[in-house]
Design a protein around this ligand. Structure first.
Ligand code: FES
Length: 112
């Protein structure tokens, strides 16, 4: 599990693939691991639910062109502290990781 601050998570999302390359969780054969980010109580976040954002685990608006009809999950952090946010987009308790990335039978990656 990666442990990142929000700014580092945003940088990591941008730095995963070379410029011009397709990006997203489906590009790897291994399911993406959850991203642990520091959340602030009362602050609103938009978790990427489509898998196409370059700033995982947060939405960057890519769903508008890459996955029309899919919207980010908006949530308000209830407490300060580290939270494991789902990066594989298979979680049954979004935006939080529930361990679904370990399941082999689930379909991988971003939604069309
Ligand atoms: S980029 Fe994925 S939900 Fe917005």
């Amino acid at each position: 599990m990666l442990r990142l601050g929000v700014a580092a998570a945003l940088r990591a999302g941008r730095d995963r693939a070379p410029p011009g390359a397709l990006r997203g969780p489906a590009l790897s054969s291994a399911p993406p691991q959850p991203l642990v980010v520091e959340l602030k109580a009362g602050k609103k976040y938009a978790w990427c639910s489509c898998g196409h954002s370059k700033t995982q685990p947060f939405c960057d608006g890519s769903h508008r062109t890459a996955a029309p009809g899919v919207s980010p999950l908006r949530f308000t952090a209830e407490a300060d502290g580290a939270a494991p946010l789902c990066a594989c987009k298979r979680t049954r308790s979004p935006p939080y990781c529930d361990g679904s990335h370990r399941e082999q039978a689930a379909p991988p990656g971003p939604r069309p």
